[in-house]
Design a protein around this ligand. Structure first.
Ligand code: CA
Length: 252
C-alpha cells in the first residue's frame, strides 16, 4: 500500500477547526455541513469523555457543545476546557433542549460564550457563530478597539493587538467576552455602565443574552482579575446602576 504524501495530513492554516460535541447524529451532521460551508474543518464527537480527550490533546478554533451527552455532560466539559489545556479561551456555543433552559445560566457561568435552544434554525446558528468569531478574530466590531491602545490601570495591563492581559504581572487567559468586557471597563475607568449598555457593547446584536448573562460574565471575569473575587476592588458593582472599573488606588 502506497504511503500517503505528508501534505495530505498537514493542517490547512486558512481553514479554522471546529469541534462539534453532540450525540444526536442528525444535528451533528447538519452543523458539520454548514460550518464546513462557512470555512471550518469539523470534527464531530458524540461522547463527552472522548471530546475532553481531544480538547486536551489538540487546539480548535470553535467548540459547539451539547449540554446532555453520554460520558460526560456538556457543563462539566465546558468547565474542564476553561480550566486547563490548549483550548482555555476557545469560543464555546452551548446547545440546550428547552427542558434544560435553566442550564443556560450555568452554561454561561461555566464559561460558554453563547447558547442556542433546540430546535434552532441553521441560519441563526451560523449568525451566532459568525458574531463570536468576529469578536474572536477582529477583537470586536465596536469602536472601542479602533486604536488598539494598551491600557494600564490598577495593576491590569491589556494589550489588545496581542490580546494579552496581565494582572499584577501574571498573565491571565480570557475568553472573547471576558476580554471585551474588561477592555471596555478598564479603558473607561470609574465610568459606570448599566447592564443594558454592557449587553449592547460587549455582545453583538445578533447574540441574545439576558442581563443575568452580564452578571455571570462579570462573576467569571472577577475570578480571573480580582485578588479576592468575593470582595472585588477592580470590577466593582454600583448598586442599582451597573458596573465600573475602579481606577483609584485608594480603593485597594
Ligand atoms: Ca444530547
Amino acid at each position: 500500500m502506497a504511503t500517503q504524501p505528508e501534505s495530505a495530513f498537514a493542517r490547512d492554516e486558512s481553514r479554522r477547526r471546529a469541534l462539534i460535541v453532540e450525540d444526536e447524529e442528525p444535528i451533528r451532521e447538519l452543523l458539520t455541513l454548514h460550518l464546513g460551508l462557512g470555512g471550518f474543518d469539523c470534527v464531530g464527537v458524540g461522547d463527552g469523555r472522548q471530546a475532553l480527550e481531544r480538547l486536551q490533546a489538540e487546539s480548535f478554533d470553535l467548540l459547539v457543545l451539547d449540554i446532555s451527552l453520554p460520558g460526560l455532560d456538556g457543563l462539566s466539559l465546558c468547565r474542564a476546557v476553561r480550566r486547563s489545556g490548549p483550548n482555555m479561551t476557545i469560543p464555546i456555543i452551548m446547545l440546550t433542549a428547552r427542558s434544560e433552559e435553566s442550564d443556560k445560566v450555568l452554561g454561561l457561568e461555566g464559561g460558554a460564550d453563547d447558547y442556542l435552544t433546540k430546535p434552532f434554525g441553521v441560519r441563526e446558528f451560523m449568525a451566532r457563530t459568525a458574531a463570536i468569531m468576529r469578536r474572536r478574530e477582529g477583537w470586536g466590531p465596536g469602536p472601542q478597539y479602533a486604536n488598539r491602545r494598551i491600557i494600564s490601570v490598577a495593576g491590569i495591563r491589556i494589550d489588545p493587538a496581542r490580546r494579552r492581559v496581565t494582572c499584577d504581572g501574571r498573565e491571565v487567559a480570557l475568553t472573547p467576552q471576558e476580554f471585551s468586557l474588561l477592555y471596555l471597563l478598564a479603558s473607561n475607568p470609574d465610568i459606570v455602565f448599566s447592564r443594558e449598555e454592557l449587553l449592547e457593547k460587549v455582545w453583538d446584536q445578533e447574540v441574545f443574552v439576558t442581563e443575568r448573562g452580564v452578571d455571570t460574565l462579570v462573576k467569571r471575569l472577577r475570578r480571573k482579575v480580582e485578588i479576592d473575587p468575593a470582595h472585588p476592588t477592580r470590577v466593582v458593582t454600583e448598586r442599582g446602576a451597573g458596573y465600573k472599573f475602579s481606577g483609584s488606588e485608594e480603593a485597594r
